[in-house]
Design a protein around this ligand. Sequence first.
Ligand code: ATP
Length: 268
Amino acid sequence: MSTQTLVSTRDVAVALGGRPVLRGIDLDVHAGEVVAVLGANGSGKSTLVRTLLGLVPTVRGEVRLFDTPLDRFRSWERIGFVPQRANATSGVPATVGEVVAAGRLSRRTPFVPMRRRDKDAVAAAVEAVGLAGRLGDGVSTLSGGQQQRVLIARALAGEPDLLVLDEPTAGVDVESQEAFAAALGTLVDRGATIVLVAHELGPLAGLVGRAVVMRDGRLVYDGPPLAAFTEADHVHHHDHNHPASPVRTGDHVPSVAAPLDPPAREAR
Ligand SMILES: Nc1ncnc2c1ncn2[C@@H]1O[C@H](COP(=O)(O)OP(=O)(O)OP(=O)(O)O)[C@@H](O)[C@H]1O
């Protein structure tokens, strides 16, 4: 059985504000993989996942999704994306149920009421992030962490083949992280492929089969997630509204990447 390559980049470079942010990225993600993108603050993780989805222009290289060049790719209903930080829903007068149901739009027949399958998917997604009791509440009345959970549920509700998440559990309490990990596990069991940016894996550690580590816009490690990334004692509460605050995760990146760093750099 041949495995489909859902994401493929070749020699991708990105510059933002005239500065190189991604340098020569080669990355293939195959169907069924759960890949964590790790690395210190500013190493380019968010830019990488946004580039994979065509949200950031490249200056060089090629990106393919589902074996199709990005500029010809149209099957966006197969992809779910949870961006970093949950401000996308702030101030929107919509309920939790409405926002999550919006995640089904690309799967539904227009103008036809939600079918049982749609309703089940929405209910399961809301349950998975621990917000089952909040369906009728306005999203703007929720905390930042809860809003993030709503966005995760919206992506889960679409039952995507490829789910891309940028720090999905930042600011989310451990109990919800565990529910979320279980929901991702269900998606993976159904054959979904996941790419997620993370500072710590926490409850997601058991799901992640492959880690790629970024440093200064390059991939410096690609392989099994090592213990340094999965230790529960690294879980801490980093304030993502203050990017300048220290992030301990960055501290253990070099210890993993360093032995592999010179060959990885010379490989290209
Ligand atoms: N719009 C922009 N204009 C200029 N520089 C940018 C822009 N967006 C990001 N950068 C810079 O690109 C680099 C990579 O940013 P990116 O957000 O991809 O890193 P990251 O690894 O996801 O970091 P974090 O963990 O803080 O989210 C950083 O140095 C950042 O300052």
